[in-house]
Design a binder for this molecule. Structure first.
Ligand SMILES: Nc1ncnc2c1ncn2[C@@H]1O[C@H](COP(=O)(O)OP(=O)(O)OP(=O)(O)O)[C@@H](O)[C@H]1O
Ligand SMILES: [Mg+2]
Length: 380
């Protein structure tokens, strides 16, 4: 095996991707039925990787289904979005740049696209428009995927990542109304929408008054269960001529709450420290190192909180079950149940915790361990 056996960061390829079989099966069925999907989970649980994996799985079996990835990370304005949207749709649909130009002209009546090329025109290709006319006529761009899919007799699956970034547009609501009204008529395309800000995504798709309400199925992504992590960790150690017991592999995942990103990161730290055989003490040392590495960040993060918020965070870190119960309020000086709920909302806003499927999660399981063991000096 070349390179490290664990990978964490953004989208991962199939070598590091585990499980999610049921999710993939379900997503495949829904996608091939041209039903739209919104995928929601707290940060870094594997949304982007899952949709990339889905595209690989579908591509292998069905050449007539074409995935197009549009990451709104860099789209700060609506016009930027439209240009990027058109560019990505054209790139995904036509492999030759000459064809992109020729076809595009057919599909636009009101707008005049301009083409920009780099040294390699196949990859370095983009479309731009006169901004004034885009503002008046965005529908032609929003409708582009349907026109292309129809003319090429394919199905386009448009994957919009970091979708919550539309909040930066001048008129987010106006944009949503336009996009929804056009996309819902599409017969040859389907849309997969996801993003890293869980609470904003929920607001966009689960609130009745919002334009994208009931745009498609909403899928709440779960974490990956411990037994899958255990097998994966053992396998990656074995592949690199190191060993780890089932118990120790399971401990690695358990310590970071089976959180996909953090299991890979922690397993990587343990793997690096392991010469031949992983022991419990190596795991503990690797954990200490990671906590130390992030300590400044954790200090800064906790310093920005009010006393009430810190107190609540302590209660959550120590797994108190009934946060607004009288006993907990007294023990952690939380004032009242309404201040518990206010602090909880603030911690969600600050992206320190998330309340997902009625369970409170630390977005960063290492912060939870740090609060418990370093800040509160309790055993793990
Ligand atoms: N199916 C999986 N198998 C193994 N590791 C995974 C899997 N899914 C996610 N991970 C781990 O989690 C990390 C984050 O995944 P990804 O970026 O796909 O999550 P995300 O939910 O899109 O994150 P964000 O909320 O930041 O957009 C990956 O780099 C990888 O380490
Ligand atoms: Mg993502």
């Amino acid at each position: 095996m070349i390179g490290l056996p664990f990978k964490y960061g953004k989208v991962i390829d199939s070598n590091f991707f585990i499980n999610r079989d049921n999710e993939l099966q379900y997503l495949k069925t829904i996608t091939l039925s041209k039903i739209n999907i919104t995928l929601i989970s707290p940060r870094r649980w594997g949304k982007s990787s899952l949709i990339h994996r889905l595209s690989e799985v579908v591509k292998k079996e069905n050449k007539k289904v074409v995935f197009c990835f549009i990451d709104l990370f860099n789209s700060r304005t609506e016009t930027e979005f439209y240009e990027y949207f058109a560019t990505q749709i054209l790139k995904a649909s036509y492999s030759k740049w000459e064809e992109r130009i020729e076809k595009t002209k057919q599909f636009f009546q009101q707008l005049i696209p301009q083409f920009n090329f780099g040294a390699d025109p196949t990859t370095q290709f983009s479309v731009s428009f006169d901004w004034d006319s885009v503002e008046k006529n965005p529908n032609e761009i929003l409708d582009l995927p349907e026109k292309i899919a129809k003319s090429k007799k394919i199905q386009l699956v448009i994957c919009l990542d970091e979708f919550q970034n539309i909040a930066h547009f001048n008129d987010p609501l106006g944009f949503q109304k336009k996009a929804r009204s056009i996309w819902q008529l599409h017969q040859h395309c389907s849309y997969i929408l996801y993003g890293s800000k869980r609470n904003m995504m929920t607001e966009l798709f689960e609130k009745k008054s919002m334009p994208f309400y009931k745009f498609g199925e909403v899928m709440l992504l779960k974490k990956i269960e411990n037994n899958h992590w255990t097998k994966f960790i053992q396998k990656q150690f074995r592949k690199t001529k190191k060993t780890i017991s089932k118990k120790n592999a399971s401990t690695i995942a358990n310590l970071v709450d089976n959180h996909p990103y953090f299991v890979q990161q922690f397993a990587n730290a343990v793997w690096i420290k392991t010469q031949k055989e992983c022991t419990e003490s190596i795991i503990n040392e690797a954990l200490k190192d990671l906590l130390l590495q992030y300590e400044l960040f954790f200090i800064r993060e906790t310093q920005s909180l009010s006393n009430l918020q810190i107190n609540l965070l302590k209660a959550i870190a120590l797994d108190e079950k009934v946060l607004s119960g009288k006993k907990t309020i007294k023990k952690y000086h939380l004032n009242s149940s309404s201040s518990v709920s206010r602090s909880k909302d603030a911690l969600v806003q600050k992206e320190i915790i998330d309340v997902f499927e009625n369970k409170i999660e630390f977005l960063d399981p290492l912060l939870k361990i740090w609060i418990k063991t370093v800040y509160l000096n309790k055993p793990l």
